[in-house]
Design a protein around this ligand. Structure first.
Ligand SMILES: [Zn+2]
Length: 166
């Protein structure tokens, strides 16, 4: 009788916890990593929490490393690089190379293009519908297009500076 009472109480507690865990971002993140076949190690979960917990954004490895340090997550820059490339490899992030070694990682999973603001180094999303490609180059034989990256470089105009008329 006593044992029955305990066993009947247990599933209730488990399901209450289940309901709580369903809405828990860390739990969702672990699932996301598992679905991507990445073992949800403490470091990956911690970095994923920083990456994906703030909506769509663009980050460099150095930027994420600084955030991790500020959040007191004990992680090396090399681990941050490795994790970002692993997340990218399984499609959780996309990589945007702007110039030289500068690489941004994008948490927005929806295909889109970018404005690059030269002074600040910030990226701003452009929806795919905001660009119309009227002519498409012939793809070399035996190849297919895997992705199209469009980066429109912009700068802020100085005071009194007008947009040149084309
Ligand atoms: Zn983006």
């Amino acid at each position: 009788m006593h044992a029955t009472a305990i066993s009947s109480a247990k599933p209730a507690r488990t399901s209450a916890r289940g309901a709580f865990m369903e809405g828990c971002p860390v739990h969702l993140l672990r699932d996301k990593l598992r679905q991507a076949r990445l073992r949800p190690t403490r470091q990956r979960v911690a970095l994923g929490w920083l990456l994906f917990g703030k909506g769509s954004r663009h980050l460099t490895a150095e930027g994420l490393y600084e955030e991790a340090k500020a959040a007191k997550i004990p992680v090396s820059l090399a681990t941050v690089y490795n994790s970002l490339h692993q997340f990218t490899g399984v499609g959780l992030l996309s990589e945007i190379a702007i110039e030289g070694p500068r690489t941004y990682f994008d948490t927005n999973p929806i295909p889109h293009y970018h404005f690059f603001i030269e002074e600040t180094g910030a990226l701003v999303d452009i929806p795919v519908g905001g660009v119309t490609l009227t002519q498409w180059p012939a793809v070399p034989d035996g190849c297919e297009v895997t992705r199209v990256d469009i980066v429109v470089r912009i700068r802020r105009l100085g005071e009194g500076e007008a947009v040149p008329v084309a």
